[in-house]
Ligand binder design. Sequence first.
Ligand code: ADP
Ligand code: MG
Length: 400
Amino acid sequence: MAFAKASVRDAQVKGRRVLVRVDFNVPLADGEVADDTRIRAALPTIELLRERGAALILAAHLGRPKGERDPALSLAPVAKRLGELLGTEVKLAPGVIEGDVDLTCGALGPGDVLLLENIRFEAGETKNDPKLAEHLAQLADVYVNDAFGAAHRAHASTAGVADYLPAYAGLLLEREVSELNAVVESPERPLVVVLGGAKVSDKVGVIDRFLEVADRVLIGGAMCFGFFKAQGIETGNSLVEGVELAGEALARAEQSDCELMLPVDLVLGREFSADTERRDSDGVEVPEGWMGLDIGPRSAAAYAEAVLGAGTVLWNGPMGAFEMEPFAGGTRAVAEAVAKSPATTVVGGGDSVAALNQFGLDDEVDWVSTGGGASLELLEGKKLPGVEALLDAEEETANA
Ligand code: ADP
Ligand code: MG
């Protein structure tokens, strides 16, 4: 299915003020942006709008300030980095409402870029308060949503504001939705899905969908322990979550044509630390006093083979505690197979992407998603409020 929402490419923006919701939720270190991937991902939309003579008002969140000002979560470092990338000054408004923001916005000229301070300093943002949405709308003439990573939230700046302004999809959001939809709607087969990581409860739900659409689902990371526990296998001190859902998925897999693969060996540690006692375990039982921290070499080889033989690969979640070198082997093997595979490869999830970067393989993947939670909800078949709120492509044509 083609992307059915109106694109920023078709918006009339010359001489107008455009409010752009972007995903600048980046890691900071010592008051500087530590990884600017998400900022760079928003540049095509920002540059397109500037070239077309729009004045830009950017809205973004950073962290979870819970509706209160927190100087540690100011977007000042982001404004600085964005300015460097664009080669132009990016002003930071002192707030979203306070500090004569409306006057500042009114004075913007074509090509100017103003970044509003952290939108989550406003309590109305996550409550999708119509008053905040209306205030945001009054600052601009057109709204563009390019914040794919926040599109699964119905917040004032991601969804509510679209009630008051003509609303268009940004280039990144459009590409994310198209790439991810293609994986589940028209994949080159076999479709191999690799799932891992620690946010198990968020992810077991998506397994059901994959058992329907994929040819193989490979489970690693802490996620496998829910499955082992459901099978009555000892899991020791491993991180165990989602046992019930995992049990249901096992039963469903029996009935489906999709092959659900679980590890056959593990790497164990005494505790979650790099210098803990480490031990290979040929088998998946975890004795008392140990925890499973990586898939073992036989599992890694089997997963790599499945990935190399795939037509399409979707990878979300590391195979082990890859941040610690003794437990990085399984994730590295899968990452290398994803990089080498002739398949169309799509990777989502902040830590999976960090693993790819750590191994220097991020350029070898066809699509690296900027949205972890949003990508999973989309793949699951859920509607994303930030996408639903936009004009339909046909409506747009009718208006033009
Ligand atoms: P992503 O961000 O890619 O979606 P998650 O956030 O779900 O992935 O999980 C990433 C984290 O999972 C990493 O910090 C990693 O250390 C942890 N992890 C992976 N395997 C295990 C395991 N067996 N036990 C504990 N933590 C694990
Ligand atoms: Mg994560």
